[in-house]
Write a protein that binds this ligand. Sequence first.
Ligand SMILES: Cc1cc2nc3c(=O)[nH]c(=O)nc-3n(C[C@H](O)[C@H](O)[C@H](O)COP(=O)(O)OP(=O)(O)OC[C@H]3O[C@@H](n4cnc5c(N)ncnc54)[C@H](O)[C@@H]3O)c2cc1C
Length: 460
Amino acid sequence: MRSVIVIGGGISGLAAAWELRGRADVTVLESHGRVGGKLRTGTIAGITVDEGAESLMALRPEAVELAAAVGLGEALCDPAKAPTTIWTNGALRPLPAGHVMGVPTDPSALAATGLLSPEGVARVAAEETLPATPLTGDCSVTEYLAGRFGREAVDRLVEPLLGGVYAGRAERLSLRAAMPGIAALAEQGGPLLPALRRMKAAGAPRPAPVAVQGVAGGTGRFPQAVAGACGARILTGTTARALRQLPGGRWRVQAMTDDGALTMEADAVVLALPAFAAAELLRPHSPLAEAELSAIPHASTAVITMAFSRARAHYLPEGNGFLVPPVDGHTLKAASFLSNKWPWLAAAAPDTFVLRASVGRIGEDDVLARPDRHLIRSAITELHHAVGPMGEPLAARVTRWDRGLPQYGVGHHARVSRIREAASKLPGLALCGAAYEGVGVAACVATARRAATQALTSWP
Ligand SMILES: Cc1cc2nc3c(=O)[nH]c(=O)nc-3n(C[C@H](O)[C@H](O)[C@H](O)COP(=O)(O)OP(=O)(O)OC[C@H]3O[C@@H](n4cnc5c(N)ncnc54)[C@H](O)[C@@H]3O)c2cc1C
């Protein structure tokens, strides 16, 4: 049987190991003391909650299929039904009915939300009358959508959603990579409003699936379950430091562990790493891949988890949480009311209300430089303004995700093509992870499936 070393024990590496089960002898190297990467649980006030990703995209199959395959089918659960709200203009306001990634389809529904000024709504409605502007190359989300719908619509509708997914800014993110569905319509050039309405209408007869699902007990259980089921040898506390291709094509990996250096060999290697970590290992093999991977910017973020006593809190919010547009100048990027959103959590801790706030978008390093106690204090103050005076939490904790989210800048697709082309010249080497074709867990699993196939087929 062929041997494969998977470097990186986040969900991408583990999904690759799962895909290779029974077809290769697999070893996963993970530098931390436990697998999972950005999927992990922690405890607050004795309650287990997610500290990283909290949901899996359910509109595409890869993540929920894998969760079911590794025994978590029964644990998959829908979030409580509640509208996505934006904290802006002094209130929580629902996104307009029919929007697509924040892009409105119905100006009168938009007007009713109070999200935009009357002039902003009129500018959106005027989109239907603008001359065609077919998208040819790539451009930023702001460049294309502000030209069609006005800057206010981008700032208050689209930007908060992109902040939630990428911790990114619309003026820097690629329309093609961050909003591929909108980009496909933009290629046709005509007004987007009627095109989006037609698209929605065509989808209407299908039953509306839930957009995301969680895992009872925490989405952080997911990588543990994959690790347990994939049959791979998993070495935690093991950091790959160097890669070498031997005459004949096998790969040698040099790693460091707490007990000293470790050298291993295999027929193929899968790099399931953040772009900057993959770049380091590829430096001696492909200067082009190294340079392109190093050029992918990353946003750092922090998650501030707080637990409140239901009996003692002055006030507890309704709904699942809110997103915040940066144009309003608040520190918060988003808040998720975990005890409202996830029924399993409310059942597990009925006396406690748990929420998490997140801060940090690309370019907001000054926010993240603040000490934990400052981040907690500003989160409490802003939550007070957004939803009401909740009082002091029983416990609060900050989890920092340094360079946690890759940014898909203008030209990202072309950059990824160059990286993949360069990597294809290294037989027996495959790449997967959040840097390439989507940052969400489902997209990561999709890249892992392809990397596993490549590791078995691209042979020296
Ligand atoms: C705060 C936050 C919230 C998120 N929320 C969601 C969400 O709700 N839904 C969603 O779909 N997505 C979400 N995402 C995105 C998603 O979680 C990540 O993109 C995805 O988990 C990345 O998985 P990965 O395996 O590619 O990378 P990682 O999780 O980064 O795993 C890479 C692993 O490689 C290890 N490693 C690094 N260098 C080495 C080395 N040299 N040797 C060995 N090991 C190494 C790391 O320790 C790490 O464990 C969120 C991301 C963040 C930061």
